[in-house]
Design a protein around this ligand. Structure first.
Ligand code: GTP
Length: 338
């Protein structure tokens, strides 16, 4: 069995972090986000990573760390179904499709078993939400068969509170539904077609946690969940920490100065944070400097940026350089972008 990990998006909502790093390479507890998905897969599953933007970063990391996976690059973004079609030559039977930016407690083995037990054509993972009016929810029968998707229903009219959780198990014939070389969305174009034709389309629910790491807030939230799961109050790589870290992570070769407090923060590598600083809900990329006495709340600092002494900044993204060539000015759009 193969798993196609969709890892080619620009991650526009996570800019400026994604101006310099591929979203699947953003660190989560100091390890690239994509490694959590790979680790969750059963051993006998071959990994195909569908890439595009900053493909070389993934390739380099996999080579350096001996991660066995095929990196399958698209010449241009092909969308969530187009990217799967582009990997057709690697697929030899039932296959999985995983969004690289969803971190969850799904048990992949049980998910695959469920798909086979139901003799499904496509099975999608489902997660319950409170605010149904912001999502597409499924209308499903008690046996798990999905009859349709209902986009952003009013609360009273919602057929369920279950949304597409971004992991799919599919039969190889699904590939026949996808046009080659074109931008095709699995969620918008292929799923409705499969349902319309009456093919067995099922939903798999699971317990635990599920987070779409699409935004800065959810990126911090998932960091805190994973820290708690590991029983850690903070995590630091090989860095010099004089201050206090609360529910935060710090990478390698960083310095956190005396009397500085970092609460719910993510700091990448080689960043210097001065003295007497207070930071809350902040993400600071590689090679940054934050001057003494600064107060930062809900701030995202892009790679290589410097913030002066005594600065008080709230709810801002710091990026002073030009936006990299070719980086989209707005979100390309995917129904899974919550
Ligand atoms: P935003 O720009 O912030 O919406 O992020 P994104 O570009 O990652 O898009 P989104 O979160 O909607 O994508 C969901 C998943 O599909 C992510 O894992 C993306 O890497 C992946 N993805 C989206 N579009 C493509 C594509 O055209 N090709 C490939 N290979 N993967 C894609």
């Amino acid at each position: 069995m193969q798993a196609i990990i969709l890892a080619g998006g620009y991650g526009t909502r996570l800019a400026p972090l994604t101006y310099t790093k591929a979203k699947p390479m953003l660190p989560l507890l100091n390890k690239p986000m994509i490694t959590y998905l790979i680790d969750a897969l059963p051993e006998r599953v071959d990994v195909i990573v569908a890439t595009n933007y900053k493909n070389e970063q993934l390739k380099e990391y996999f080579d350096e760390n001996g991660i066995e996976a095929v990196i399958n690059k698209e010449d241009k973004p092909l969308g969530t179904a187009g990217a799967v079609k582009n990997a057709e030559k690697y697929i030899d039977g039932t296959f999985m499709v995983l969004n690289s930016d969803i971190i969850s407690s799904i048990n992949m083995r049980k998910f695959i078993q469920y798909h086979f037990k139901k003799k499904a054509f496509t099975t999608i993972s489902l997660w319950p939400v409170k605010n149904v009016e912001e999502y597409g929810v499924v209308d499903l029968r008690p046996d798990g068969r999905i009859l349709k998707f209902v986009e952003k229903p009013a609360r009273k009219e919602a057929p369920s509170n279950l949304i597409n959780a971004g992991a799919y198990c599919q039969e190889i014939e699904v590939l026949d539904y996808i046009k080659e070389g074109e931008f095709v969305s699995m969620e918008m174009e292929i799923f409705p077609k499969i349902i319309e034709e009456g093919k067995p389309f099922y939903g798999f629910t699971f317990d635990g946690f599920w987070i779409d790491v699409g935004r800065h807030t959810s990126y911090i939230e998932v960091t805190k969940i994973l820290l708690r799961k590991k029983g850690l109050r903070y995590l630091s790589g090989e860095s010099t920490i004089h201050g206090i870290l609360k529910e935060s992570t710090v990478g390698d070769e960083c310095v956190i100065g005396e009397n500085s407090v970092l609460k719910s923060c993510i700091v990448y590598n080689r960043t210097k944070i001065g003295k007497n600083i207070f930071m809350e809900n902040c993400i600071v990329a590689d090679n940054c400097e934050i001057g003494d006495e600064a107060i930062l709340k809900n701030v995202v600092v892009g790679e290589g940026e410097k913030i002066g002494k005594n600065c008080k900044i709230e709810n801002e993204k710091i990026w002073t350089k030009p936006i990299p060539d070719g980086y989209p000015r707005k979100q390309i759009g995917n129904p899974l972008s919550f």
